[in-house]
Ligand binder design. Structure first.
Ligand code: ATP
Length: 513
């Protein structure tokens, strides 16, 4: 646990030191769970957004984009169920005065059981060596089976109690499991209460005519209310999808995990409209497609897993999370939800307008079913950033800090470095920058010894360093150094563009899907 905490602290401080993420309004001591993206962070975030957009919109003939406003008519949130049901169960510790999400306290308890299972697996893998069969071990080892059964039973009971609004049982469960306040250990809890997560605001100048509004808690509803506009003007045929990225706001009860859980965050969502009855197939297909997108970034299949929901949201008939191994354990990164016709039907009811599709093949009119993929951009940022940050022991006994970002996402693709600040080397390096910057984001750096500059670029996540030296003046060659392998090659200046392109081109990465 201490190790995990240390690793996470390193992630947070590295993000600040290298211009990725700052606390919002830091000079006023910050604002809780609100963050700003700095010069490198904004590029990484944009690259992740583009990588998603290209995979979802550009590569799918039947998916189009949308950018709906954050403000929406307040009835939207009545219809969507958010006014009545977008609640989290909160619980306070009477001694430490700290507030928690009751479901998260319980899930963390189960997370500890999962960690015990992983430990047993690691121990056994060591003991049995080559002949170790993980599946069989998970299915038969009595201790592991016991942890798994206990965890499943706890989650099932919690799911049922939350579904039945039986908050007293949720508290009872916390007491029975003897869960203490994570900070103080105290088990002196209040009752569990529901808390609505939407932020309210007002539209209009005068007090009596002002209209109560909400800041959208998800981008999806902007897609639903525009469903027919897009379908008609784009002459879309079912099945088709509408994709959108944008800010969402939630007044989260507990938000102490850096950009994992923020009060203002960005979502990348796609709603896929299908024929009623086919939603199950599409749900399975999108689960698979989305996992492949993650795997294309090469961050290790072992670091992802599906978690099927026991407790379904009011709109869903099936739901799963893609979880990622964050520094604090496996947690939700993306949700795939089969939302039925709940949203469109409900908007029909509340607006009095038909939101139906005429299916020319069936010669029939119906309200489409929806399968949604919904990923938090900030969470994806944290997944990529935390996974990439590594300390490496080098052969000469020193260590280096390197941010091994998938190069397609790296903020800066190459740093151009004159070996020394004289003899015309800076001029040549500048010329290379001028040439490459039309195709890639590149940077020029001449300060400090070249070894220090390499380290600086390693820590910032730059995949290539290109060094101009005296030989360059004679034969137009430079040294190109690869961040991950630290290998250096001598190449012609005229070859640089191709070498970098081969490595960072979105196509080469997405083709791995
Ligand atoms: P959680 O259970 O972690 O609160 P959720 O199930 O409420 O998440 P969804 O409503 O399914 O999340 O939202 C889709 C995605 O949006 C999530 O998978 C996550 O990546 C992201 N997300 C949700 N809430 C936040 C938040 N407060 N900060 C950052 N990202 C978030």
């Amino acid at each position: 646990m201490a190790n995990q905490d240390d690793q996470f602290k390193k992630v947070v401080s590295h993000a600040k030191e290298y211009g990725y993420v700052f606390q919002s309004s830091e000079i006023y001591d910050g604002l809780s769970a609100v963050y700003d993206y700095a010069q490198n962070g904004v590029e990484l975030k944009k690259n992740i957004r583009d990588y998603w957009w290209k995979a979802m919109v550009q590569m799918h003939e039947n998916i189009v984009g949308l950018d709906a406003a954050i403000f929406m008519h307040p009835t939207t949130w009545k219809a969507s169920g958010h006014v009545d049901a977008f609640n989290d169960p909160l619980i306070d510790n009477k001694d430490s005065k700290k507030r928690y999400r009751a479901d998260v306290l319980i899930e963390d308890y189960v997370g500890k059981l999962d960690a015990k299972i992983e430990k047993e697996v690691a121990k056994a893998a060591k003991r049995f060596g080559e002949s170790f069969d993980k599946e069989q071990f998970l299915a038969t080892n009595p201790r592991v089976v016991g942890y798994k059964e206990k965890g499943d039973a706890i989650l099932q009971r919690m799911g049922k109690s939350l579904e039945n609004e039986d908050l007293a049982d949720v508290k009872l469960l916390i007491e029975e499991l003897e869960i203490g306040c994570p900070l103080s250990g105290s088990k002196n809890w209040t009752d569990v209460k529901q808390f609505n997560l939407m932020f309210g605001t007002k539209l209009g100048a005068s007090a009596d005519t002002a209209m109560d509004l909400y800041l959208r808690p998800e981008t999806a509803q902007g897609i639903f209310v525009n469903f027919l506009n897009v379908q008609k003007t784009g002459r879309m045929k079912i099945p088709f999808g509408i994709a959108q990225t944008g800010k969402a706001f939630r007044n989260e009860i507990v938000a102490r995990q850096f950009i994992f859980r923020m009060r203002e965050f960005e979502q990348m969502e796609m709603q896929f409209f299908v024929r009623p009855g086919t939603q199950k197939e599409w749900y399975e297909q999108w689960k698979e497609t989305r996992l492949k997108w993650h795997l294309s970034l090469g961050m290790g299949a072992d670091n992802y897993r599906f978690h099927d929901h026991e407790k379904l949201a009011h709109y869903a008939d099936a739901a799963a999370d893609i979880e990622f191994r964050f520094p604090f354990g496996f947690k939700e990164l993306e949700g795939i939800h089969s939302r039925t016709d709940f949203d469109l039907s409900s908007h029909e009811k509340f607006s009095g307008k038909k939101l139906q599709y005429f299916d020319p093949e069936l010669n029939e009119r119906y309200v489409p079913y929806v399968v949604e993929t919904s990923i938090g951009l900030d969470r994806m940022f944290l997944a990529v950033f935390s996974h990439s940050l590594q300390e490496e022991e080098l052969e000469n006994g020193t260590t280096r800090t390197v941010l091994k970002l998938p190069s397609v996402l790296a903020p800066t693709k190459a740093a151009i470095l004159p070996l020394v600040k004289k003899d015309g080397l800076p001029e040549v390096a500048r010329k290379i920058v001028e040439d490459l910057k039309w195709d890639f984001s590149v940077t020029y750096d001449e300060k400090d010894a070249v070894g220090r500059r390499y380290r600086r670029q390693d820590a910032a996540g730059t995949p290539f360093c290109i060094t101009v030296d005296h030989e360059t003046l004679n034969d137009d060659t430079v040294t190109i150094r690869h961040r991950d392998s630290m290998e250096q090659q001598r190449v012609k200046i005229s070859e640089l563009k191709e070498i970098i392109k081969e490595e960072v081109d979105v196509k080469n990465w997405l083709m791995k899907m």
